[in-house]
Design a protein around this ligand. Structure first.
Ligand code: FES
Length: 101
């Protein structure tokens, strides 16, 4: 198996009992997953996307984390914002005003 260069985690709000109870899925994080997947393919990014349980940053939801860079983005609630983040990833840059610090 070839490991991806980037691993993009998108919070889907799941908790230990399996129910999504947090903020991110209510603000559309899960609905963005197919768009992000398509963008990864269209851009030819060597990246994998994974939906996750609550990342304990609900105040900033929807939350997206990019590894290995360790970038935590908040309020990722639209395709335009995803585009900005992926543009920055391709350029080796960061969308500063979306970072959770
Ligand atoms: S539900 Fe996404 S960080 Fe808590």
């Amino acid at each position: 198996m070839e490991k991806p260069e980037h691993h993009i985690f998108v919070c889907a709000s799941f908790r230990a009992d399996g129910d999504p109870k947090g903020v991110c899925h209510k603000k559309g994080s899960v609905a963005l997953l197919p768009y992000i997947e398509n963008e990864i393919l269209d851009r030819g990014l060597n990246a994998q996307i994974t939906s996750t349980g609550c990342m304990k940053a609900c105040d900033y939801g929807p939350v997206m984390v990019i590894q290995p860079q360790g970038l935590w983005y908040g309020n990722v609630a639209s395709e335009d914002i995803v585009d900005d983040i992926l543009d920055a990833l391709e350029d080796g840059a960061v969308v500063e005003d979306r970072l959770i610090k």
